[in-house]
Design a protein around this ligand. Structure first.
Ligand SMILES: [Zn+2]
Length: 127
């Protein structure tokens, strides 16, 4: 049984961090998202994405609450990495600055908090 079901992740591909790319990018970039954990490694999303477009994927279900990393490739090169304890942590979104490219998680639905986040949310609810 999967303890942590797959979540629906909505990402915005913001393109290059530097704004020198105005008008230059007319072709779609090949985006690959890989989810890498201690016990799993999966290609979860692949496709041409227009700069400033949003795309969605399902995260890989997990049977443990070990941390994992989303790795974003743009045209075959690692563009950004986002290590996390669980999807729940970023359910409200986050901007991911890579070396050259920027992505933003807009939201993640269907998340379950890991033990660490569960403790954290209980603590903040108390105060
Ligand atoms: Zn967590």
């Amino acid at each position: 049984m999967r303890k942590f079901p797959s979540c629906s992740v909505t990402i915005k591909y913001c393109g290059l961090i530097k704004s020198e790319d105005k008008g230059q990018r007319r072709f779609k970039d090949q985006i690959i998202v890989v989810q890498q954990g201690k016990h799993h490694f999966s290609f979860i999303c692949k496709g041409p994405v227009n700069f400033r477009d949003t795309f969605q994927f399902q995260s890989h279900p997990r049977s443990d609450d070990k941390p994992f990393t989303f790795v974003f490739y743009v045209n075959g090169l690692i563009a950004a990495r986002l290590p996390m304890c669980c999807e729940y942590k970023y359910r409200n979104g986050i901007t991911i600055d890579g070396k050259y490219e920027q992505f933003a998680i807009q939201n993640i639905s269907g998340t379950k908090p890991c033990q660490k986040c569960k403790m954290g949310s209980e603590e903040s609810a108390k105060s």
